[in-house]
Design a protein around this ligand. Sequence first.
Ligand SMILES: Cc1cc2nc3c(=O)[nH]c(=O)nc-3n(C[C@H](O)[C@H](O)[C@H](O)COP(=O)(O)OP(=O)(O)OC[C@H]3O[C@@H](n4cnc5c(N)ncnc54)[C@H](O)[C@@H]3O)c2cc1C
Length: 428
Amino acid sequence: MSAPVVPDQTWYAATATCPPKTGHLCGDACADVAIVGGGFTGLGAALELCAHGIQPLLIEAGELGDGASGRNGGQAHIGQRRDQIWLERVMGQADARKLWDLALDARADLDRLIGTHGIDCALTPGVFETDHKRRYLAETQHYVQHLNEVYDYPHVRFVGAEECRTLVASPGYYGGRLDTYAAHLHPLNLARGMAKAALVGGAGLRTHSPATALARTAQGWRISTPHGEITADKVILAGDGMLQRLYKPLDARVMPINNFIAVTAPLGEERARALIANNYAVSDSRFVVYYFRMTPDHRLLFGGGENYSYTFPKNIAAFVRPHIARIFPPLRDVAIDYAWGGTLGITANRMPLVRELEPGLYTAAGYSGLGVILAPYFGKILAQAIAGERAGFDTLARIPNMRFPGGAALRWPTLVAAMSLFALRDRL
Ligand SMILES: Cc1cc2nc3c(=O)[nH]c(=O)nc-3n(C[C@H](O)[C@H](O)[C@H](O)COP(=O)(O)OP(=O)(O)OC[C@H]3O[C@@H](n4cnc5c(N)ncnc54)[C@H](O)[C@@H]3O)c2cc1C
């Protein structure tokens, strides 16, 4: 075993590019557009506003990328959080197609973002979505065919049991779908790269400046922070599930849950390649999904397990270890060098909430675990809507969203009961 795990030290923070230079909001300020939250959504919006000649003022409670954006699994999946068959049923063929096209444009936009601003975030192709139950394979095969034929999407293929074992050395999987346009990356470097580009574009970025209150004024909106107020014509709420009563109607629609990641000591190149082929990322079919990949220094970065409270387990490495052992039994006693938790917003139907909540007050939140590609892009779409280009926004705003049963007050017990039931189904 190696040295004890550093509390909440992420492998990303330990290997990231330097953060952009920012200070906190000091005194009062005015802006055409204020953004609350400095993750992918807020930074994506800031960048696009700059491109439209609008210089926004963004405030972040901690450091930029401190939220889910800088501490996630780094897996960039193609599509929306619900699959196309679900979207066709719920939203109809035409909107399902638009959402697919938006998802592909979001992926292309990631390349544009990285290329235009020279962001060094180790984008690596290939995500293998594995089935942990044999009975899921027929559905997977059918869905792959649907994407190939109905959506003319050539980058995904079905993987059967035999090939599966050559791609992931785990007894826990029976097959799946391999998408070579999906990818994985260093998310904190992406967030920091976006922030640096936004600064160059003229955005004001203020860290350690939590919004403590939000009020409508005759002209627009007023945001309070501990050391100054912002008045703005328009506001983007980009705090995902973490806004905690800043705008109460959101609390019943986007809820925070916690998810956990552990990173092992370096395994060596040969052993790493024997566990996962071709440097793919893997995520599985569990409701509480397992997702993992190798880092460039040949560590296993493994996400597994979640909880539904405002606190993290005291020993996150011990919390994640049994999940690693379930997938890779030989790693049951592997040294874990980093372990951390993150908070993400989920919605009742697992599709993001993108809305103009009141005139001049916008949000995109509740990506429900699929924000690496979508959040920067949905931030961009909010900015486009503010600049008068509403096509993408109007499509996203049609995605249905419902309140969690019990509303803001009773949502916790209901959520815990529902999630525990689904998590139990993973084990049956
Ligand atoms: C452990 C984990 C693993 C994940 N893995 C993946 C993955 O592999 N692939 C994938 O696609 N998605 C993944 N996700 C989800 C993805 O990270 C999120 O959907 C995405 O980062 C959301 O971006 P965001 O900018 O909306 O929110 P965040 O990145 O959470 O940013 C919100 C920001 O708002 C700030 N904030 C909150 N309240 C205030 C306030 N009052 N004032 C000022 N600032 C405030 C927070 O400090 C935070 O920095 C994962 C999430 C977690 C937690």
